[in-house]
Design a protein around this ligand. Structure first.
Ligand SMILES: Cc1cc2nc3c(=O)[nH]c(=O)nc-3n(C[C@H](O)[C@H](O)[C@H](O)COP(=O)(O)OP(=O)(O)OC[C@H]3O[C@@H](n4cnc5c(N)ncnc54)[C@H](O)[C@@H]3O)c2cc1C
Length: 357
């Protein structure tokens, strides 16, 4: 089972979790084989569609405290992992820890107050310092483009990463670390065994990171469709993710390089991967226009659709038995949770390998 004296690990799924795990575990000298159903250079998983926000505070309003705590830990790990990865491959991954802004129009001010109250009540007083109410001058000091708003909330300890730079950088790092890459290889995962189109292969341990592709193995795994627009304009400059609260739909705008902004996202309980609907384009664009009128002349350069892999309670699942670990249900929190969950997987793998040694 071992190869060159190192334990052998198979990872199924070359999306966010699979790539990140392959990178970290191969740095530890483990012998890693990565199996991806599609192409690694042109990913089709939820990871490629995502906005890349790492927002423990914003997500706390609608999630369990566990998500917030894992998210804070991930934020710290991203900071060091992003610079390690950049130094290794020589390309930026654009990790930014500049906080985020939440705004609402005057008629929706109650939404903003409710958001702040909910957040304060869920946080211990120490972390409540990370939430700052902004008057108009404070808001314009941080984001001069948001002149149509009377104020907002600054969530200091939030970040984001450019997934369209991160995922290719991880792939390059896997090549440098001589990870064995299998593309166009849909597989099934069992204890110690990966079965694809060819004969079954045996490994010291198998890690299943197939996202929605693991429906055969995880009870209640479901898709939550998300639609995103990418627009381009040099007329509006944002410096960090901005969320617009609205009673019916919520919008975020995440600034990226090349005068682009990622605008998202819908949340529809469905596995439907068909193109973005007219309704979603209208809702996202009209909310965007209300953020700044100059967005009306922005060009829509891309639309993205994918389904988030979610469990029935929207919490992640880390399931393990000897020879097999499954990580799934990252839902809308993949970038927020992956590094912290990865540390837990690393520990499980280390324990399993020491038991068989
Ligand atoms: C619109 C949208 C916006 C999002 N925004 C954010 C955000 O701002 N912040 C955040 O934290 N999260 C965000 N997410 C969520 C995040 O993208 C997911 O949680 C994350 O990608 C899940 O990672 P994963 O590796 O488990 O699955 P995926 O990224 O989906 O990867 C799974 C991989 O497994 C492969 N696969 C499937 N079946 C098989 C098989 N049988 N054999 C081999 N390989 C297989 C797939 O091809 C894919 O490459 C967003 C998601 C969407 C859709």
């Amino acid at each position: 089972m071992t190869h060159n004296g190192s334990p052998s690990i198979a990872i199924a799924g070359g999306g966010l979790m699979g790539r990140l795990l392959a990178w970290r575990l191969s740095r530890r000298g483990l012998n890693i084989s990565l199996f991806e159903a599609g192409s690694l250079a042109a990913p089709t998983g939820a990871c490629w569609t995502a906005a890349g926000m790492i927002s423990p505070l914003s997500e706390l309003v609608h999630s369990e405290r566990q998500i917030y705590e894992l998210g804070l830990h991930s934020l710290a790990l991203w900071e060091s992992w992003a610079s390690q990865l950049e130094a290794q491959v020589g390309c930026p991954v654009s990790f930014r820890r500049a906080g985020s802004i939440v705004v609402a129009h005057g008629r929706d001010r109650a939404e903003l107050q409710m958001f702040e109250r909910e957040l304060q009540s869920k946080l211990a007083s120490a972390s409540a310092a990370d939430i700052q109410s902004l008057d108009r001058a404070g808001l314009l000091g941080l984001e001069p483009a948001l002149g149509t708003f009377e104020g907002g909330i600054f969530l200091r300890d939030e970040g984001d990463i450019d997934n369209r730079r991160l995922l290719p950088a991880l792939l390059e790092a896997l090549r440098l670390q001589r990870v064995t890459l299998h593309e166009d290889s849909p597989v099934v995962c069992e204890k110690h065994t990966i079965t694809g189109r060819e004969a079954a292969q045996r490994f010291d341990c198998v890690i299943d990171c197939r996202g929605l592709g693991a429906k055969d193995a995880i009870d209640g795994l479901r898709g939550v469709r998300g639609e995103v627009l990418v627009v381009e304009t040099s007329e509006v400059q944002l410096h960090r993710p901005v969320r617009l609260l609205h009673p019916r739909y919520q919008l975020y705008a995440v600034p990226r390089s090349g005068a682009r902004t990622v605008i998202g996202a819908t949340e529809i309980d469905s596995d439907d991967l068909s193109p973005i609907s007219v309704r979603s384009i209208m809702e996202l664009s009209s909310a965007l226009y209300s953020l700044h009128p100059a967005f009306a002349e922005a060009r829509i350069v891309e639309t993205r659709v994918n389904c988030r892999p979610a469990t029935m309670d929207n919490l992640p699942r880390l399931l393990s038995e000897p020879g097999l670990v499954r990580v799934n249900g990252l839902y809308r929190h993949g970038y927020l949770l992956a590094p912290a969950l990865l540390e837990q997987v690393e520990k499980i793998i280390a324990d399993q390998l020491s038991e068989v040694a």
